[in-house]
Design a protein around this ligand. Structure first.
Ligand SMILES: [Zn+2]
Length: 418
C-alpha cells in the first residue's frame, strides 16, 4: 500500500491507476512489479494524433522498467489497448510513461542518463543492473530532447575547432557558442571539410547566421572561406589557442628531427624525454622539468631556439593596440625568416599570410578569451579518451553533446538524484 502512495507522489498519471504491487522473479532476479490499469471510463489516446477514442481490444501485458527501489528493479506491468482512430486507423495507444515500444520508462531513462553524467556508462550499467546499450539509449533520449528544446536565438560568438578521434585521420568538427552567458557545444559533424562546416551554418539557418558577430577559428583556408560567406557580419578571429597550437606543432617537429640527428651522430641524447618540457609554458613546469629545461638550454640546439622563439612571441598577446601588435608581429616574422628553422619559418609565413585575421583578436576587445576554446578542447578530448565503450561516431557525438552541450533536460515531477 505504502509503495502505491509513494508512486502516486512521484509519478501521477491522470488516466491510469496503480493496482497491485508484487515481488516477482524477472529474468532470474526478484523485482517489484506494479500493475497499472486505465482509470474507469478513461479512453485510450491515439499515438498519432493524440485524440482519445474507443478501445479496440488490448495487447498482452508489457513490462516497463522504472527507477529501482531499495535495490530492487521496479517494473510497471500494463496491457496496452488498441485505439480505433477514425483518421489514423487502429494503433496501439500512447502511454504517458514510455515512448513507442521502449521497455524503459521515460523517468528511468532520465534517471540513468543523470548518473551517466557522473559515472562512466559502464559503471552506470553495472550499478543499476542495466546494460551498456540501455544506458546509451537513455543518454540518446535525453540528448535528443535537449537538442529539440534548446534555445538557438542570440548566438553572437562562436568558435570552431576540430579534434582527432580514435587513431588514423578521423576528425570531428566542433562548433562552440562562446557568448559569456551561454558557453556550450553547439554542433558536431564528421570530418573537417568545407561541406562539414557548411552543414552547420545551413542547419543554424540564415537569419541566425546573420546575427553572428565573432567567429574564432583555425587558419585552415577552406574554413575561412565558408565562414566569410556563411556569416558575413562576423569578424573572423584567428585565436590565440589555435595559433599557439601551430607553434607547438613546429617545435615538436624540430625536436623530433633533432632527436633523430643526435642519435645518428651517436651523441648523448638529451632531447629524448623532453617533449613536455618544451611544449609546456615555463610557469607550468614541475621542478624536475625546470631542471631539465636548464640543462637543455646550455646546449645550443634548434629545439631550444624554437622554444625561445615561441616564448618571445607570447608577448604579442599582451598588446592593447592593433598597430603596436602589428609592428611586433612584423618584427618577429622578419627575425624568424632569417633563421634556418624551417618549421618555424613556415609558422612565420602563415602568420604573415593571415595577419588581418590575427589582428582581429585585438578588435574583439578581449571578449574572446583563448581559455574557452582550449577548455572545451580539453574536455572533448577527455570525453573521447573515456570513450572506450563508444562504438560509433554517432555514439561519440551523443556523448559530446551530453557532456558539453549544456542541454535542457526533460522535466520530471520528482527529483530522484542529482
Ligand atoms: Zn489519430
Amino acid at each position: 500500500m505504502l509503495i502505491k502512495t509513494l508512486l502516486n507522489k512521484v509519478e501521477n498519471f491522470k488516466s491510469f491507476v496503480y493496482k497491485a504491487v508484487h515481488l516477482e522473479v524477472i529474468d532470474g532476479v526478484e523485482a517489484l512489479v506494479v500493475d497499472v490499469q486505465p482509470r474507469t471510463n478513461a479512453k485510450p489516446e491515439c499515438s498519432i494524433c493524440g485524440n482519445r477514442f474507443g478501445s479496440y481490444g488490448t495487447q498482452s501485458a508489457r513490462l516497463y522498467e522504472y527507477v529501482p527501489f531499495w535495490g530492487f528493479q521496479v517494473f510497471f506491468r500494463y496491457s496496452p489497448r488498441r485505439v480505433s482512430c477514425p483518421v489514423d486507423g487502429v494503433h496501439v495507444e500512447r502511454v504517458p510513461w514510455a515512448e513507442g515500444k521502449e521497455h524503459m520508462t521515460t523517468t528511468y531513462k532520465v534517471f540513468l542518463a543523470r548518473w551517466a553524467k557522473r559515472l562512466t556508462w559502464k559503471e552506470t550499467a553495472e550499478i543499476f543492473r542495466s546494460s551498456w546499450d540501455s544506458v546509451y539509449r537513455a543518454v540518446q533520449f535525453v540528448v535528443a530532447y535537449g537538442l529539440a528544446n534548446r534555445d538557438l536565438e542570440n548566438i553572437k560568438e562562436i568558435g570552431i575547432d576540430e579534434i582527432q578521434v580514435w587513431s588514423g585521420h578521423k576528425y570531428l568538427t566542433l562548433v562552440y557558442q562562446l557568448d559569456s552567458n551561454a558557453k556550450r557545444l553547439l554542433w558536431s559533424g564528421a570530418k573537417r571539410k568545407v561541406k562539414t562546416l557548411q552543414t552547420f551554418f545551413k542547419e543554424l539557418g540564415k537569419e541566425r547566421c546573420l546575427r553572428i558577430k565573432f567567429v574564432c577559428s583555425d587558419m585552415w583556408a577552406p574554413y575561412l572561406k565558408v565562414i566569410s560567406s556563411s556569416a558575413p557580419n562576423a569578424l573572423n578571429i584567428l585565436d590565440r589557442f589555435h595559433i599557439m597550437k601551430k607553434f607547438n606543432e613546429a617545435i615538436d617537429q624540430i625536436r623530433r628531427e633533432e632527436v633523430k640527428k643526435l642519435k645518428d651522430e651517436g651523441a648523448d641524447n638529451v632531447l629524448v624525454k623532453s617533449r613536455w618540457v618544451l611544449l609546456k609554458r615555463p610557469e607550468n613546469l614541475t621542478e624536475k622539468q625546470t631542471v631539465r629545461l636548464s640543462q637543455i638550454v646550455k646546449i645550443n640546439l634548434s629545439s631550444i631556439k624554437a622554444y625561445l622563439m615561441r616564448e618571445d612571441f607570447q608577448r604579442f598577446w599582451e598588446y592593447k593596440y592593433p598597430a603596436c601588435a602589428d609592428k611586433f608581429l612584423e618584427n618577429w616574422i622578419t627575425r624568424t625568416l632569417k633563421t634556418n628553422l624551417v618549421p618555424m619559418k613556415k609558422v612565420a609565413k602563415m602568420l604573415r599570410n593571415h595577419k588581418p585575421l590575427i589582428l582581429n583578436w585585438f578588435k574583439a576587445d578581449g571578449r574572446l578569451s583563448s581559455g574557452t576554446v582550449e577548455g572545451f578542447n580539453l574536455k572533448a578530448k577527455l570525453t573521447i579518451r573515456k570513450a572506450y565503450g563508444y562504438k560509433s561516431l554517432t555514439c561519440l557525438q551523443t556523448a559530446l553533446y551530453y557532456t558539453l552541450g549544456n542541454l535542457p533536460e526533460p522535466k520530471l515531477t520528482h527529483r530522484f538524484c542529482g
